[in-house]
Design a protein around this ligand. Structure first.
Ligand code: DAT
Ligand code: MG
Length: 148
């Protein structure tokens, strides 16, 4: 939690509608599901992310075989960065997103309902959501420094 926010400040997470989601016209549908759940948009931006931001964002995956493809895919077109707030929103968004591989993500989730693993060269799975409160803090500082 940023220093100036009280301990009981609402939890926040960093969501990215990835370039496949924006390209397929699913930005509205994905944001609709987030808002329908009751989470609140506190920041929203469409941009082609700089490579440096993506490298920092995915630093934990550096050296993995899929890393280069992942970073170049994430920079291949506009994405939507969203700062999202709500009660236990980090965990809640992971459930709403579904598991990483869209083929295995349960129906009812964003990746399960809308994701396609088979017609994309990389694992293009529509959405990123921070995987812990600690990751959220780091990622919000990276994508929304003005809100941190
Ligand atoms: P998540 O996005 O569910 O948090 P992750 O952090 O393990 O998953 O991986 C980040 C992204 O990297 C993921 O959304 C898609 C891609 N990825 C992960 N594992 C992969 C693999 N084995 N092959 C190709 N891409 C992969
Ligand atoms: Mg992750």
């Amino acid at each position: 939690m940023p220093q100036h926010l009280p301990d009981d400040a609402p939890e926040r997470t960093l969501i990215l509608v990835k370039p496949d989601g924006v390209a397929r016209g699913l930005t509205g549908e994905i944001l609709r599901r987030i808002e329908a759940k009751g989470y609140v948009l506190k920041g929203l931006r469409l941009e082609v992310a700089p490579r440096e931001t993506l490298e920092q964002h995915y630093a934990e995956h550096r050296g993995r075989p899929f890393y280069e493809g992942l970073v170049s895919f994430m920079g291949s077109g506009p994405l939507v960065a969203a700062l999202v707030e709500g009660e236990r929103v980090v965990e809640g968004m992971r459930v709403l997103m579904g598991s990483t591989d869209p083929t295995l993500a349960p129906a009812g989730t964003i990746r399960g309902d809308l994701g396609r693993a088979w017609d994309t060269p990389h694992m293009e799975n529509l959405i990123h959501g921070s995987d812990s409160v600690e990751s959220a803090r780091r990622e919000i500082a990276l994508w929304f420094p003005e809100a941190d």
